[in-house]
Structures are given as structure tokens and as C-alpha cells.
Design a binder for this molecule. Structure first.
Ligand code: GSH
Length: 214
């Protein structure tokens, strides 16, 4: 059985759960409680020395870390339904959107970053929240502009579902989780509402994860 090492509220893990649902791939969760630092347990660090979730592990033990690498791998192994468009330019555009989220927005929200702010720089809740919202706002400005340029209303790129949407929905979830205002981003919010209506996004929501508090 394929195992996804994840945590219910991890947005990087949710990207993978959405993709698995879209492609109809069987998996089971091995949940690592980030609040208890289980991502730093010795056994897990041998699988993913970075101490992050998600990690994807197949039946023979082969393991892959980094959510976007996992998404790309799943796209190659299970090409239908496609989450990258047919033309090289369009694929590059989708990857550009994915990287805006996964490389430029999300890492600054990470637990280890906010912990560092608290412990090394004595940031209180208000400052941590300001930090999180600042970096999400910066990234969303660019994504909103890209979406507007394309006239997107249901998807971040073009007229079909892509890996850019798979990364957008969890990032919007994070923004709401941390109370960051989204008033300046009506297009992204509209796309997010459409994505929330899709089964693969709705069923894999953090609250629906078996490890979520009930
Ligand atoms: N670039 C990595 C980032 C993964 C990541 O940031 N995971 C978070 C949860 S969303 C995590 O494991 N944080 C643990 C920590 O910061 O100690 C990916 O996309 O897989």
C-alpha cells in the first residue's frame, strides 16, 4: 500500500491528498503530529531528513519528499486526468504559478519559521500573525494579477484544473486559518470557492482527515 506521511492541517500535504483523489490513487495516511514535533522523530528523519511532511512512500519502501516533486511524480506515473496542460509554454506557466505558492509564499508560513520568530526574536502572536499575513499578501498580489490577466474565474490557469489550483486551495485555507484578510483578492477567492465545490478538494479538506480533532 502507498503511504502518505502527512498531518491533517499541513497544507503541503493537502496538495498531495487532492492530487491522489483527482487521480484515484489508493493510499493510507501515516500521520505525524507537528505540534508534538513527530516530524523530527529519528525513524521519520531517516525517510525525510528535512523533517517535513509530506513524504510519499510506496510498497517497496521507496520514499520521496517535497510536495511539488511528489505532484510531478504522480503526474508522470498517473497521467490521467492530466494536471498539466498539453503545451510546453502552458506547462511552464502552471509551474511558475506553483512555484509562486510553494517556493515564495508557503515556506515563510512554516512552523519552524514562526517558531524561530517566537524563540529567537521574541515575536508575540500579533507579530507572528502580521508576518504570516504580510508574506501571503505579497504573493497573492502577484497571483491575483496573473488571474486577472487571464480572465480566470474557476481556475488559476486557463480553463482546466491544474497543479496551480492544487496549490492555491491549501494556501487560501492557510490564509483563512491565520485570519489574513482576502478582500484584495476577489478573483482568487472566487477560484477558491469553485475549487471547494469539487469532490477531490472537499473530501480531502484538513477537517476531513482521519487525524483531525473531532
Ligand atoms: N517544501 C516542502 C515544505 C513542507 C512543509 O513545509 N511542511 C510543513 C507542514 S505544511 C512541515 O512539515 N513543517 C514542520 C516544521 O516546520 O517543523 C514541501 O513542499 O513538501
Amino acid at each position: 500500500m502507498n503511504i502518505l506521511h502527512d498531518y491533517w492541517r499541513s497544507s503541503a500535504s493537502w496538495r498531495v491528498r487532492i492530487t491522489l483523489a483527482i487521480k484515484g490513487i489508493d493510499w493510507q495516511s501515516n500521520s505525524h503530529d507537528l505540534t508534538g514535533d513527530e516530524q523530527r522523530d529519528r525513524d521519520y528523519l531517516t525517510l525525510n531528513p528535512q523533517g517535513f511532511v509530506p513524504a510519499w512512500q510506496e510498497a517497496d519502501g521507496w520514499t520521496l519528499a517535497q510536495s511539488v516533486a511528489i505532484l510531478e511524480y504522480l503526474e508522470e506515473r498517473f497521467p490521467t486526468p492530466a494536471l498539466l496542460p498539453p503545451s510546453a509554454r502552458a506547462r511552464a506557466e502552471v509551474r511558475s504559478l506553483v512555484q509562486t505558492i510553494a517556493c515564495d509564499i508557503h515556506p515563510l508560513n512554516n512552523l519552524r519559521v514562526t517558531r524561530y520568530l517566537r524563540t529567537q526574536w521574541q515575536a508575540d502572536d500579533a507579530r507572528v500573525s502580521a508576518w504570516l499575513c504580510h508574506w501571503m499578501h505579497e504573493g497573492f498580489i502577484a497571483l491575483e494579477e496573473r488571474a486577472l490577466q487571464q480572465g480566470s474565474t474557476r481556475h488559476l490557469h486557463g480553463e482546466s484544473l491544474t497543479l496551480a489550483d492544487v496549490c492555491l486551495a491549501p494556501q487560501l485555507y492557510n490564509a483563512r486559518r491565520f485570519g489574513c484578510p482576502l478582500d484584495d483578492f476577489p478573483t482568487l477567492v472566487g477560484i477558491g470557492a469553485h475549487l471547494s465545490s469539487l469532490t477531490a478538494f472537499a473530501e480531502t479538506r484538513p477537517e476531513n482527515h482521519p487525524g483531525a480533532p473531532r
